[in-house]
Each structure stands twice: as C-alpha cells, then as structure tokens.
Ligand binder design. Structure first.
Ligand code: SAH
Length: 257
C-alpha cells in the first residue's frame, strides 16, 4: 500500500464513521433493488426472524421492514451507526419490530437455526464472501434464505488499474460466474442473482456524498479527513471509468440440508 493510494481500511474507524454516519447509505444499493431481491424469497410470516448484518444506519433495513413481516435485528460493528439506526426506527414507528444491536459478523449473537432470513447489503466482504456464507449458515432455519450483495467482476479480463485497486481492497472479488458456485459449495441453493443498476452507485451512493464532503471537510478539517474525502472521490472516478468491468450483484440463496 503506497501512501498516495490509501484504501478505506487505512483510515481511523471514528473518522470513517463520522463520514458515513450522516449518509442514508454506506454502500451502493437502492430501495428498488432491496425489494427486488426480497421478491425472490418466500415463506416469511409475522413470526419470522430476520437479521440484517452490517446494517449501517439502516437505509435498507427500513425498506425491508416495510415489505417483510417479522422481527428484524440489524447488527453493525459501529455503535454510532446503531445509535442512528435505533433513533430512526423509533421515529418511524418501527421500534417494536426493528432493533439495532452492536456486534460483529464474526460472532453473531443468534442461536442455531433461529433465523428465517439473513440479509446483508455491501457488507459480507468484511468477513469474506465464502467465510460469511459458511459461518452464517448455521443460524438459518432449514429452507431459510440468505440474501447478500457483493462486489463482482463482470468480465474475465480487466484493465490493470482497476484490477489492482480491487485486489488490494478486496482480494476475494470474483467473477459473476464463480460466485454462484461458491454459494452452492457453501451449502445453499443459488436461487437467483442480478446486477445492481448504475444508479445504485451514482444517485444512491456517490452523488449524495458530494455535498456532504464539503461539510465534512469544514467540520473535520484535518489531513486525515482530506485524505478520506480524496479517496472517496477517487473511488467514484474509478467507478465512472471502469463500471463496465465491475459492480455489485445480489445473490439470493436458500439453505439446503
Ligand atoms: N448495509 C449498509 C452498510 C454497508 S457498509 C448499506 O448497504 O448501506 C458495510 C457495513 O459493515 C458498515 O456499516 C460497517 O460498519 C459494517 N461492518 C464492518 N465490519 C463489520 C463486522 N466485523 N461486523 C459487523 N459489521 C461490520
């Protein structure tokens, strides 16, 4: 890692939290794709137990809660995200069904076969796709669903610059063709997959950051903050230049015995 190309992992957690906490989303996505992914699942009832892992401030959790019956537990490592998550659930009258807890996806606080649905948007990379699939499986009921979005290559060959960026940020990034095989090998039926449209990155993720960056720089105006903003801008530029080669895809999987 050279100093002029820091990745998000090189920044202080509290600075990252401060930057992302005020945003509706902490990763690419949209209400439309959340609902589309949900439409590939079935069997949820008022008694269902749902976990949203790496929920952030809960942008997608609220969308899920509007459509899916049952109790939803959002889990995130960062207390400030969970604080905002719970404040909004309260404000929107969802607090009886939606609860945020601080915790790690590496040590989930659920019982074996407790969950009907595990949801995770733009977050499973933190534990690694295959490890997450394998370790989270035991918390699902038989026939329970796992729905995750994950960074993927769209092509077999990529330009060097974007290949290097991703292999450094997330070495487990893989092609759209290889991911369903990993899903199957981890003990799930690959039910469906689809690519998130560009607007999930632009309108719902990078564009809202533009005005926020000005405020953030004024408020937390130090070298680390400037560097974090520069890195986010670089990521947005890379996306614009190389979006034909990579993006996020949703994977809908069903636990099989
Ligand atoms: N699902 C949200 C947030 C995605 S960003 C959205 O799509 O907008 C990834 C999230 O994973 C962040 O909120 C980050 O705090 C969380 N995270 C990172 N490592 C984690 C871990 N080990 N356990 C739980 N959450 C983690």
């Amino acid at each position: 890692m050279t100093q002029d190309t820091p990745s998000i992992h090189d920044f202080d957690f509290s600075l990252i939290c401060e930057y992302f906490a005020a945003l509706e989303r902490q990763g690419p996505g949209s209400p439309e794709v959340t609902l589309k992914a949900l439409s590939f699942t079935d069997g949820l009832t008022l008694d269902s137990r749902i976990a949203d892992i790496g929920c952030g401030t809960g942008g997608q959790t609220r969308v899920l809660a509007q459509q899916a019956p049952g109790q939803i537990t959002g889990l995130d490592l960062f207390p400030d995200f969970i604080h905002r998550f719970n404040a909004r659930a309260q404000a929107e009258g969802l607090a009886d069904r939606v609860r945020g807890v601080v915790g790690s996806m590496e040590a989930l606080p659920f019982a074996d076969e407790e969950l009907d649905l595990i949801w995770s948007e733009g977050a499973i990379y933190n534990i690694g796709f295959e490890r997450g699939l394998r370790e989270w499986r035991r918390f699902l009921k038989p026939d329970g669903y796992l729905v995750v979005s994950e960074a993927c290559w769209f092509t077999e060959q990529r330009p060097d610059e974007i290949e290097r960026f991703w292999v450094d940020a997330y070495p487990e990034i893989d092609t759209l063709a290889n991911k369903p095989r990993q899903v199957q090998q981890a003990g799930y039926l690959p039910v469906s997959m689809f690519i998130l449209p560009e607007t999930c990155w632009t309108d719902h993720f990078y564009t809202p950051q533009v005005s926020h960056q000005q405020q953030f720089l004024q408020h937390a105006g130090n070298a680390a903050a400037a560097s974090l903003v520069a890195e986010q801008r670089r990521e947005a530029e890379l996306y614009d230049r190389y979006k034909a080669y990579y993006g996020y895809a949703f994977f809908i999987a069903k636990k099989v015995a």
